[in-house]
Design a protein around this ligand. Structure first.
Ligand SMILES: Nc1ncnc2c1ncn2[C@@H]1O[C@H](COP(=O)(O)OP(=O)(O)O)[C@@H](O)[C@H]1O
Ligand SMILES: [Mg+2]
Length: 331
Protein backbone atom coordinates (compact mmCIF):
# COMPACT_ATOMS: atom_id res chain seq x y z
CA UNK A 1 0.00 0.00 0.00
CA UNK A 2 0.93 3.65 -0.24
CA UNK A 3 2.47 5.15 2.87
CA UNK A 4 3.45 8.80 3.31
CA UNK A 5 6.32 9.50 5.67
CA UNK A 6 5.37 12.84 7.15
CA UNK A 7 8.31 14.52 8.84
CA UNK A 8 9.55 17.85 10.19
CA UNK A 9 11.28 20.06 7.66
CA UNK A 10 14.52 19.97 9.66
CA UNK A 11 14.65 16.14 9.64
CA UNK A 12 15.58 16.11 5.95
CA UNK A 13 18.25 18.81 6.20
CA UNK A 14 21.78 17.49 6.31
CA UNK A 15 22.73 15.67 8.38
CA UNK A 16 19.44 13.94 7.67
CA UNK A 17 17.72 12.34 10.64
CA UNK A 18 18.59 8.63 10.28
CA UNK A 19 15.11 7.60 11.43
CA UNK A 20 13.65 8.61 8.04
CA UNK A 21 15.76 6.14 6.07
CA UNK A 22 15.30 3.43 8.69
CA UNK A 23 11.51 3.57 8.58
CA UNK A 24 11.48 3.96 4.81
CA UNK A 25 13.63 0.83 4.39
CA UNK A 26 11.37 -1.16 6.68
CA UNK A 27 8.19 -0.04 4.93
CA UNK A 28 9.65 -0.85 1.52
CA UNK A 29 10.85 -4.20 2.83
CA UNK A 30 7.24 -4.89 3.79
CA UNK A 31 6.26 -4.20 0.20
CA UNK A 32 4.81 -0.71 0.72
CA UNK A 33 5.31 2.22 -1.58
CA UNK A 34 6.63 5.25 0.34
CA UNK A 35 6.67 8.99 -0.29
CA UNK A 36 8.26 11.57 1.96
CA UNK A 37 6.34 14.73 2.73
CA UNK A 38 8.05 17.42 4.81
CA UNK A 39 5.86 19.73 6.88
CA UNK A 40 7.48 22.96 5.82
CA UNK A 41 6.33 26.58 6.05
CA UNK A 42 3.65 26.55 3.38
CA UNK A 43 0.58 24.63 4.49
CA UNK A 44 -0.87 24.74 0.95
CA UNK A 45 2.10 22.78 -0.35
CA UNK A 46 1.81 20.22 2.46
CA UNK A 47 -1.89 19.86 1.81
CA UNK A 48 -1.38 19.42 -1.93
CA UNK A 49 1.43 16.85 -1.50
CA UNK A 50 -0.75 14.84 0.85
CA UNK A 51 -3.77 14.92 -1.42
CA UNK A 52 -1.65 14.09 -4.48
CA UNK A 53 0.04 11.15 -2.73
CA UNK A 54 -3.35 9.77 -1.62
CA UNK A 55 -1.77 7.38 0.87
CA UNK A 56 -3.56 4.48 2.53
CA UNK A 57 -1.92 5.70 5.74
CA UNK A 58 0.50 8.37 6.92
CA UNK A 59 3.46 7.48 9.14
CA UNK A 60 3.44 10.63 11.24
CA UNK A 61 6.94 11.63 12.31
CA UNK A 62 6.22 15.36 12.31
CA UNK A 63 7.02 16.75 15.76
CA UNK A 64 6.52 20.35 14.74
CA UNK A 65 5.18 22.60 12.04
CA UNK A 66 7.59 25.12 10.58
CA UNK A 67 9.95 24.29 13.44
CA UNK A 68 7.31 25.15 16.06
CA UNK A 69 6.70 22.21 18.37
CA UNK A 70 3.61 23.93 19.84
CA UNK A 71 1.96 23.28 16.44
CA UNK A 72 2.59 19.52 16.51
CA UNK A 73 -1.06 18.72 17.25
CA UNK A 74 -2.22 20.88 14.35
CA UNK A 75 -0.39 18.62 11.91
CA UNK A 76 -2.45 15.63 13.09
CA UNK A 77 -5.56 17.84 12.99
CA UNK A 78 -4.83 18.62 9.33
CA UNK A 79 -4.65 14.89 8.60
CA UNK A 80 -8.02 14.45 10.32
CA UNK A 81 -9.55 17.22 8.24
CA UNK A 82 -8.22 15.74 5.01
CA UNK A 83 -9.58 12.39 6.14
CA UNK A 84 -6.27 10.56 6.14
CA UNK A 85 -5.36 7.71 8.46
CA UNK A 86 -2.13 8.09 10.39
CA UNK A 87 0.08 6.49 13.00
CA UNK A 88 0.37 7.79 16.53
CA UNK A 89 -1.64 10.09 18.71
CA UNK A 90 -4.66 12.23 17.87
CA UNK A 91 -4.59 16.03 18.12
CA UNK A 92 -6.13 15.72 21.60
CA UNK A 93 -3.33 13.49 22.88
CA UNK A 94 -0.63 15.58 21.23
CA UNK A 95 -2.10 18.78 22.63
CA UNK A 96 -2.45 17.51 26.19
CA UNK A 97 0.94 15.80 26.33
CA UNK A 98 2.57 18.65 24.42
CA UNK A 99 1.73 21.06 27.21
CA UNK A 100 3.45 20.07 30.45
CA UNK A 101 1.11 22.14 32.63
CA UNK A 102 -1.95 20.59 31.06
CA UNK A 103 -0.37 17.13 31.35
CA UNK A 104 0.10 17.65 35.06
CA UNK A 105 -3.49 18.75 35.54
CA UNK A 106 -4.80 15.66 33.76
CA UNK A 107 -2.44 13.33 35.63
CA UNK A 108 -3.34 14.86 39.01
CA UNK A 109 -7.03 14.35 38.37
CA UNK A 110 -6.31 10.68 37.70
CA UNK A 111 -4.26 10.48 40.94
CA UNK A 112 -1.05 9.81 39.03
CA UNK A 113 1.88 11.31 40.93
CA UNK A 114 3.60 14.28 39.28
CA UNK A 115 5.79 16.92 40.98
CA UNK A 116 4.03 19.84 42.72
CA UNK A 117 3.97 22.84 40.46
CA UNK A 118 3.13 26.44 39.75
CA UNK A 119 2.38 27.79 36.30
CA UNK A 120 2.24 31.20 34.73
CA UNK A 121 0.00 31.64 31.71
CA UNK A 122 -0.31 34.91 29.78
CA UNK A 123 1.66 36.63 32.48
CA UNK A 124 -0.83 35.62 35.19
CA UNK A 125 -0.45 32.98 37.85
CA UNK A 126 -2.48 30.00 36.69
CA UNK A 127 -1.91 27.58 39.54
CA UNK A 128 0.37 27.50 42.54
CA UNK A 129 0.96 24.34 44.51
CA UNK A 130 2.66 23.74 47.81
CA UNK A 131 6.24 24.04 46.59
CA UNK A 132 9.54 23.45 48.35
CA UNK A 133 12.98 24.20 46.94
CA UNK A 134 14.87 23.02 44.94
CA UNK A 135 12.65 23.75 41.95
CA UNK A 136 13.08 23.40 38.21
CA UNK A 137 11.85 26.09 35.84
CA UNK A 138 10.88 25.20 32.29
CA UNK A 139 8.96 26.42 29.28
CA UNK A 140 5.96 24.04 29.28
CA UNK A 141 5.57 23.75 25.53
CA UNK A 142 9.14 23.17 24.44
CA UNK A 143 10.63 19.77 23.80
CA UNK A 144 13.96 18.01 23.52
CA UNK A 145 15.18 19.91 26.60
CA UNK A 146 15.08 23.27 24.82
CA UNK A 147 15.25 25.86 27.56
CA UNK A 148 16.52 23.36 30.15
CA UNK A 149 20.03 23.94 31.44
CA UNK A 150 21.75 23.42 34.77
CA UNK A 151 20.55 26.97 35.62
CA UNK A 152 16.95 25.73 35.40
CA UNK A 153 17.35 24.15 38.81
CA UNK A 154 16.98 26.83 41.45
CA UNK A 155 17.61 26.66 45.18
CA UNK A 156 16.18 29.95 46.43
CA UNK A 157 13.91 32.86 45.51
CA UNK A 158 16.73 34.89 44.00
CA UNK A 159 17.72 32.13 41.59
CA UNK A 160 14.06 31.42 40.81
CA UNK A 161 13.36 34.99 39.75
CA UNK A 162 16.60 35.19 37.76
CA UNK A 163 15.78 32.05 35.76
CA UNK A 164 12.15 33.00 35.24
CA UNK A 165 13.23 36.37 33.92
CA UNK A 166 15.63 34.95 31.33
CA UNK A 167 13.08 32.33 30.23
CA UNK A 168 10.45 35.02 29.73
CA UNK A 169 12.87 37.04 27.63
CA UNK A 170 13.93 34.07 25.50
CA UNK A 171 10.63 32.25 24.93
CA UNK A 172 7.94 34.78 25.98
CA UNK A 173 5.92 31.73 26.78
CA UNK A 174 4.09 30.38 29.76
CA UNK A 175 6.35 29.13 32.54
CA UNK A 176 6.19 25.97 34.56
CA UNK A 177 7.89 25.76 37.95
CA UNK A 178 8.12 22.29 39.40
CA UNK A 179 9.52 20.65 42.48
CA UNK A 180 12.84 19.14 41.54
CA UNK A 181 12.72 15.42 42.24
CA UNK A 182 16.09 14.15 43.42
CA UNK A 183 16.36 10.55 42.41
CA UNK A 184 16.94 8.21 39.52
CA UNK A 185 15.49 8.89 36.09
CA UNK A 186 13.72 6.24 34.00
CA UNK A 187 12.05 6.04 30.61
CA UNK A 188 9.22 3.60 30.01
CA UNK A 189 7.95 2.97 26.48
CA UNK A 190 4.32 1.99 25.96
CA UNK A 191 2.98 0.25 22.89
CA UNK A 192 -0.65 -0.56 22.02
CA UNK A 193 -4.22 0.66 22.20
CA UNK A 194 -6.77 -1.77 23.55
CA UNK A 195 -4.40 -3.15 26.15
CA UNK A 196 -1.24 -1.04 25.97
CA UNK A 197 1.93 -2.81 27.09
CA UNK A 198 4.91 -1.24 28.81
CA UNK A 199 8.37 -2.01 27.44
CA UNK A 200 11.38 -2.81 29.63
CA UNK A 201 12.48 0.09 31.82
CA UNK A 202 15.47 2.16 30.70
CA UNK A 203 17.47 4.28 33.12
CA UNK A 204 19.27 7.50 32.32
CA UNK A 205 22.41 6.78 34.28
CA UNK A 206 23.91 9.94 35.80
CA UNK A 207 26.72 8.21 37.69
CA UNK A 208 29.45 9.84 35.57
CA UNK A 209 27.75 13.26 35.58
CA UNK A 210 29.73 16.31 36.81
CA UNK A 211 29.25 16.24 40.58
CA UNK A 212 28.79 20.02 40.87
CA UNK A 213 25.79 20.20 38.55
CA UNK A 214 22.18 19.26 39.16
CA UNK A 215 21.35 15.96 37.51
CA UNK A 216 19.11 17.01 34.65
CA UNK A 217 18.95 15.79 31.07
CA UNK A 218 19.68 19.33 29.85
CA UNK A 219 20.04 20.28 26.21
CA UNK A 220 23.77 19.75 26.55
CA UNK A 221 23.37 16.37 28.26
CA UNK A 222 20.98 15.19 25.54
CA UNK A 223 22.61 16.49 22.43
CA UNK A 224 26.23 17.15 23.41
CA UNK A 225 25.99 20.81 22.54
CA UNK A 226 26.70 23.59 25.01
CA UNK A 227 23.61 25.53 24.00
CA UNK A 228 22.95 28.32 26.44
CA UNK A 229 23.83 26.55 29.64
CA UNK A 230 27.23 25.04 28.94
CA UNK A 231 29.75 27.10 30.75
CA UNK A 232 32.90 25.33 31.83
CA UNK A 233 33.77 22.00 30.30
CA UNK A 234 31.36 21.76 27.40
CA UNK A 235 30.45 18.18 26.79
CA UNK A 236 30.93 17.01 30.36
CA UNK A 237 27.18 16.62 30.88
CA UNK A 238 26.80 14.77 27.59
CA UNK A 239 29.63 12.40 28.39
CA UNK A 240 28.20 11.93 31.88
CA UNK A 241 24.87 10.43 30.93
CA UNK A 242 24.03 7.18 29.23
CA UNK A 243 20.86 5.18 28.96
CA UNK A 244 21.09 1.65 30.27
CA UNK A 245 18.93 -1.30 31.26
CA UNK A 246 19.36 -1.14 35.03
CA UNK A 247 20.51 -4.39 36.58
CA UNK A 248 19.91 -3.46 40.21
CA UNK A 249 16.25 -2.54 39.87
CA UNK A 250 13.82 -4.19 42.26
CA UNK A 251 11.44 -6.09 39.94
CA UNK A 252 8.40 -4.97 41.97
CA UNK A 253 9.41 -1.32 41.56
CA UNK A 254 10.03 -1.87 37.85
CA UNK A 255 6.55 -3.33 37.52
CA UNK A 256 5.01 -0.39 39.37
CA UNK A 257 6.82 2.01 37.03
CA UNK A 258 5.39 0.15 34.06
CA UNK A 259 1.90 0.42 35.55
CA UNK A 260 2.33 4.15 36.12
CA UNK A 261 3.54 4.55 32.53
CA UNK A 262 0.52 2.74 31.10
CA UNK A 263 -1.84 4.78 33.33
CA UNK A 264 -0.24 8.04 32.14
CA UNK A 265 -0.41 6.88 28.51
CA UNK A 266 -4.13 6.15 28.93
CA UNK A 267 -4.87 9.30 30.95
CA UNK A 268 -3.53 11.47 28.14
CA UNK A 269 -5.39 9.41 25.53
CA UNK A 270 -2.27 8.49 23.62
CA UNK A 271 -2.43 6.04 20.77
CA UNK A 272 -0.12 3.38 19.30
CA UNK A 273 3.15 4.31 21.04
CA UNK A 274 4.68 6.75 23.47
CA UNK A 275 7.32 7.12 26.15
CA UNK A 276 6.79 8.18 29.75
CA UNK A 277 9.66 9.86 31.63
CA UNK A 278 9.82 9.18 35.35
CA UNK A 279 11.83 10.19 38.37
CA UNK A 280 11.85 7.88 41.37
CA UNK A 281 12.83 9.04 44.86
CA UNK A 282 14.98 6.90 47.17
CA UNK A 283 11.79 6.01 49.08
CA UNK A 284 10.34 4.71 45.79
CA UNK A 285 7.78 7.35 44.99
CA UNK A 286 7.29 7.35 41.23
CA UNK A 287 6.80 10.78 39.66
CA UNK A 288 5.76 11.31 36.05
CA UNK A 289 7.94 14.10 34.63
CA UNK A 290 6.77 14.04 31.07
CA UNK A 291 4.73 12.03 28.58
CA UNK A 292 5.94 11.87 24.98
CA UNK A 293 3.42 10.80 22.34
CA UNK A 294 4.94 9.79 18.98
CA UNK A 295 8.32 9.50 20.67
CA UNK A 296 11.56 9.30 18.72
CA UNK A 297 11.83 5.99 16.86
CA UNK A 298 15.48 6.02 15.79
CA UNK A 299 17.03 2.58 16.07
CA UNK A 300 19.53 3.50 18.80
CA UNK A 301 17.07 5.70 20.73
CA UNK A 302 15.62 4.66 24.08
CA UNK A 303 12.24 3.57 22.76
CA UNK A 304 13.60 1.32 19.99
CA UNK A 305 16.19 -0.18 22.30
CA UNK A 306 13.53 -0.99 24.88
CA UNK A 307 11.39 -2.57 22.16
CA UNK A 308 14.37 -4.63 20.99
CA UNK A 309 14.98 -5.75 24.58
CA UNK A 310 11.39 -7.02 24.65
CA UNK A 311 12.01 -8.99 21.45
CA UNK A 312 10.79 -6.51 18.84
CA UNK A 313 13.63 -5.69 16.46
CA UNK A 314 13.45 -2.25 14.85
CA UNK A 315 11.75 -3.42 11.69
CA UNK A 316 9.19 -5.36 13.70
CA UNK A 317 8.54 -2.31 15.86
CA UNK A 318 7.83 -0.14 12.81
CA UNK A 319 5.55 -2.83 11.38
CA UNK A 320 3.78 -3.14 14.73
CA UNK A 321 3.09 0.61 14.93
CA UNK A 322 1.63 0.53 11.44
CA UNK A 323 -0.57 -2.46 12.36
CA UNK A 324 -1.75 -0.79 15.57
CA UNK A 325 -2.75 2.32 13.63
CA UNK A 326 -4.58 0.36 10.94
CA UNK A 327 -6.42 -1.73 13.50
CA UNK A 328 -7.82 1.45 15.08
CA UNK A 329 -9.44 2.44 11.80
CA UNK A 330 -10.93 -0.97 11.16
CA UNK A 331 -12.66 -1.16 14.54
N1 LIG B 1 10.59 17.89 38.30
C1 LIG B 1 11.78 17.43 37.91
N2 LIG B 1 12.61 16.84 38.80
C2 LIG B 1 13.83 16.39 38.42
N3 LIG B 1 14.31 16.50 37.18
C3 LIG B 1 13.52 17.05 36.22
C4 LIG B 1 12.22 17.54 36.54
N4 LIG B 1 11.70 18.05 35.40
C5 LIG B 1 12.62 17.88 34.43
N5 LIG B 1 13.73 17.28 34.93
C6 LIG B 1 14.97 16.97 34.20
O1 LIG B 1 15.00 17.74 32.99
C7 LIG B 1 14.91 16.86 31.86
C8 LIG B 1 14.05 17.48 30.77
O2 LIG B 1 12.77 17.78 31.27
P1 LIG B 1 11.44 17.37 30.51
O3 LIG B 1 10.32 17.90 31.30
O4 LIG B 1 11.45 15.92 30.22
O5 LIG B 1 11.56 18.24 29.18
P2 LIG B 1 11.81 17.84 27.65
O6 LIG B 1 10.47 17.92 26.99
O7 LIG B 1 12.67 18.92 27.16
O8 LIG B 1 12.40 16.48 27.59
C9 LIG B 1 14.37 15.57 32.39
O9 LIG B 1 14.74 14.49 31.58
C10 LIG B 1 14.99 15.52 33.79
O10 LIG B 1 16.35 15.11 33.73
MG1 LIG C 1 11.79 14.68 28.50
Amino acid sequence: MKVVLLHGADASEPPEDPVLGQIEDTLRGLGHETTRVPVAGDVQAVFQSLVAAAPAIVFNLAESFDGKSALESNVAALLNLIGLRYTGSSPAGLLMAGDKSLTKQVLSFQKILTPQFASVFRGALDHVGDLTFPLIVKPPQEDASLGITSKSVVRDIKELFGTMDSLQREFQSPILVEEFVEGREYYVGVLGNVNPQALPVIELDFSAFPADRPKVASYEAKWGDGGTGGEGETGAEFAGTKSIFPTDLDPALGKRMQEVAVSAFNALRLRDYGRVDLRVTPDERIYVIEVNPNCYLEQTGEFARAAAESGLAHGQLVARILELAQARYSR
